[in-house]
Design a binder for this molecule. Structure first.
Ligand code: ADP
Length: 616
């Protein structure tokens, strides 16, 4: 079995499993669609035979009534089947996109961030959008093939009558000549079809590329986030020019494509003419020889034409499936991506999830080193660190020194390349991931808020307790703004889903993100520079204020600004992926090492902040 058959077969099996009803209904619909023309051909032949033979009015009338009633019945059946197929088609689309999204959500984070995986996902969605390549085309071709194969079977059954009549009546040499001519013209038609498709494919590819670029440009032009920069940097004309050029190129290509299609169709029409004339002559000569009556001429000509058309189309669609195979491979490759990270099953002791818990958690990094997948350089090297619940740990260092990577490992978004991370003495990979993640809440620098209600943003995936939402928002200083909101906690953020949604400032967004972290009520709270966009003094104020709110929980503060974390029990200074110093703010200043060097370099930021200077 060829590899392409294997992958297409496997993909069809997978797609069938998502919604078997869709496949069954569509196949049924296709079969009804194939049956109707044969019924008409058969009945027309019967009516013509009657009119050219016995001319019995009663029998003729009965035949007409059967034809009309049959058409009505099959039509109703067809309509029903097509409606059901449409309903199932919606169900299938929902099931397929849910499966795709579930796959994305279940990927290891390292894969989600991996450029090749991101490219693969983009390729799959873009090729589906541009020309339905991938699973869409595979299913379309499959249903077409079911239709054409059933066409071949029906036509063959009809033609059998002709073959038997001709054999009984004898086969004249002239009839044989037209038969050979017909077969040769059909074969030529099939071959020409393939060449013509290959010639056109270049145009389709060029067209797809242009559509892709047009789509990206139009996406950028309509991107809300880019609106400001486009206006400030006067890029509207630039976008307009690029867009117009793409549209002109596309029109030109379309004109060329139509010209080419016209030229390609001329030989095809000539082949069809030879094919049809030899067929009419072949069947008429057989009828003249007495093999069958006038009515059967219509029947056999129609059946043979359908047979030859169906064979041509089967070859076309098989070829189409072959050229679509790389896209199906991409699609299945995405679903086949394995989860490489070890999935533990140990439960976490529920020490912090009920009031009165002792919160006794201890995290230890034991000689941890880490390289990002595909990178030669270590982002973290020989990290040894232990911190207990209730402590305030600061991780400081220049940009790129490994602070965020440290948090990513702590949250098991990646596993260490070397060394181990332990929670209460047990390797964190051994714990059930969802349970483990309940121990942490992180506000990253690039946190996101959603166009949902404020309460939904604060509660995130958890059950909404409105009073607790309000309490968290008040604690982070959002109370005044909340009291002004028309719908209070149920006000939508942004206007994507509700025209009364509110726009919020960067500072307000940070407060909501912090409230979300508080709402999770996890024993470890990590702030990874969510306030980086603020000035250093405001960041220091927010960190200190937040520190007052977190109570007996553990807080890990990350910043490249040392003043923001000076209140912490322990400060770890990161440099090139290593911890180069540890201690309290005062102790580290006394050491006159890296911390002091950074502190002195940053002191200028705070020169005007007398309080901070005095405290130093
Ligand atoms: P910090 O948080 O201190 O600014 P990071 O932990 O983000 O530093 O980065 C540490 C190092 O790892 C840097 O050299 C950075 O370029 C690299 N790095 C960060 N993220 C990735 C990634 N997804 N893939 C490859 N390298 C990365």
């Amino acid at each position: 079995m060829k590899k392409s058959d294997n992958i297409n077969g496997r993909a069809l099996e997978f797609l069938y499993s998502l919604c078997p009803g869709y496949f069954k209904m569509t196949v049924f619909n296709t079969l009804v669609g194939t049956f109707l023309p044969y019924f008409d051909i058969f009945m027309s032949a019967e009516i013509i035979t009657e009119l050219s033979g016995n001319r019995n009015p009663k029998r003729t009338l009965i035949l007409i009534i059967i034809t009309l009633a049959g058409n009505l019945l099959i039509g109703v059946f067809g309509e029903l089947a097509s409606r059901l197929a449409n309903i199932y088609s919606r169900k299938f689309d929902d099931a397929e996109s849910a499966a795709f999204n579930d796959k994305t959500l279940s990927l290891d984070y390292s894969d989600l961030e991996e450029p090749s995986v991101r490219q693969l996902r983009r390729k799959i969605t873009e090729s589906a959008w541009i020309n339905n390549h991938g699973k869409g085309l595979l299913m379309n071709d499959f249903f077409r093939l079911v239709g054409y194969f059933s066409d071949v079977i029906m036509a063959f059954i009809f033609c059998l009558g002709m073959v038997i009549s001709v054999i009984i009546n004898g086969f004249k040499p002239i009839t044989a000549l037209f038969l050979v001519l017909f077969i040769a013209a059909t074969a030529a038609g099939v071959m020409y079809q393939k060449t013509a498709t290959d010639k056109m494919s270049d145009f389709w590819n060029q067209g797809s590329r242009l559509m892709l670029e047009e789509n990206r440009i139009s996406g950028e032009m309509n991107d809300y986030n880019l609106g400001k920069d486009i206006r400030l940097y006067n890029l509207a004309d630039f976008y307009d020019r690029v867009d117009k050029k793409l549209i002109t190129d596309h029109h030109e290509l379309f004109k060329k494509l139509n010209g080419k299609r016209f030229l390609i169709n001329i030989p095809n029409d000539a082949i069809t003419l030879v094919k049809n004339s030899s067929l009419y002559l072949l069947v008429s000569l057989c009828a003249l020889g007495g093999a069958f009556g006038a009515g059967s001429v219509i029947k056999y000509v129609s059946a043979v034409r359908r047979l030859s058309g169906a064979v041509t189309m089967i070859i076309y669609y098989l070829n189409d499936i072959r050229s679509n195979t790389p896209f199906v491979e991409d699609y299945m490759r995405y679903f086949d991506l394995p989860r490489k990270m070890y999935q533990g099953s140990l439960p976490i002791e529920k020490r912090a999830f009920c009031d009165g818990g002792d919160y006794d958690y201890k995290i230890e990094f034991r000689d941890v080193s880490f390289k990002y997948p595909g990178c030669e350089e270590y982002a973290l090297r020989h990290l040894n660190l232990m911190f207990k619940v209730g402590e305030r740990l600061a991780v400081v260092g220049r940009n790129g020194s490994g602070k965020t990577t440290f948090i990513k490992l702590l949250c098991r978004l990646y596993d260490p390349t070397e060394g181990r991370i332990l929670l209460n003495g047990i390797d964190i990979s051994k714990y059930d991931y969802d349970e483990y993640m309940r121990v942490f809440t992180v506000v990253f620098q690039d946190y996101r808020l959603f166009s949902f209600k404020l309460s939904e943003n604060v509660a995130a995936g958890l059950e909404i307790d409105e009073n607790f939402c309000i309490k968290c928002l008040e604690e982070v200083g959002f109370g005044d703004r909340l009291s002004e909101l028309p719908e209070g906690i149920n006000t939508y953020l942004y206007k994507n889903f509700d025209k009364n949604g509110i726009e919020i400032s960067g500072g307000e967004a940070q407060k909501i993100a912090l409230a979300r972290a508080l709402y999770k009520n996890a024993p470890f709270i990590i702030l990874d520079e969510p306030t980086a966009a603020l000035d250093p003094i405001s960041e220091a104020a927010i960190y200190e204020q937040f520190n007052g709110i977190v109570g007996q929980k553990t807080a890990v503060y990350i910043s490249h600004r040392l003043a923001s974390c000076r209140f912490c029990d322990e400060i770890a200074v990161f440099e090139e992926g290593k911890i180069v110093e540890r201690g309290t703010h005062d102790g580290l200043l006394e050491q006159c090492g890296k911390y002091k060097e950074l502190w002195d370099a940053q002191a200028g930021y705070y020169a005007e902040d007398r309080g901070l200077e005095d405290r130093r």
